[in-house]
Design a protein around this ligand. Sequence first.
Ligand code: AP5
Length: 214
Amino acid sequence: MNIILLGPPGAGKGTQARRLVEERGMVQLSTGDMLRDARTSGTEMGTKVAAIMDAGQLVTDEIVIGLIEEKIRSGNPAGFIFDGFPRTLKQADALAELLSRNGAQLEAVIEMQVDDTALVKRITGRFTCGNCGEVYHDETKPTKVAGKCDECGSSDLKRRADDNEDSLKTRLMEYYKKTSPLIGYYYAKGDLRPVDGLASPDNVADQIVKALAL
Ligand code: AP5
């Protein structure tokens, strides 16, 4: 089963993708994580996109489509969770073509609905484990022991350079201008499954399970 988690920055896409990986053995394809990995490993592409990401703008369609193409070609029997991709109509068309070229198809697009006030709180309080990728929040999901990841015990806890109010304004603007048209695009295709992303993480996970059973 191949699905898209669609929603604004901070909607909870990464949080729910990690649960689907654990519970269903699906593979998470997060273009944000791939781009951050490219930056850390100092590739030419990583260096090129660093300033764009920190400012909260979208990187070019060609770069992200190239990243996804490589992964889809390698295939996965349990299916892919597209997290943060597609983000433009051009990327959505490219995804449909890549899947069909590889004998696969998209089963559902989960639209995670969260209002802007909640997004600001979620983004400005977020930190993640640099070792295992577990996602935390200062208020709603702190670590049990201060400074140590609950999952792997690492003390490499990080905040993203684009998780500040200024970058977030640009990220939201990019979302509403370039990504939100995908809601209508997937609705028209009959793939859209809206969920209330303001509910608790457990409740959102339940809604996703129900939406995928349709
Ligand atoms: P990316 O990494 O994709 O960031 P994003 O879309 O802005 O999404 P986030 O990772 O910020 O949020 P999320 O929805 O995963 O929320 P999370 O689960 O962490 O992209 C970063 C940048 O890369 C882009 O700005 C762009 O420059 C570039 N890029 C990436 N893909 C691209 C593409 N396709 N095209 C072009 N450019 C691209 O949750 C957030 C917080 O809320 C956490 O603290 C969590 O604990 C908490 N939380 C989660 N769920 C709940 C809940 N239900 N209730 C309460 N708190 C919750």
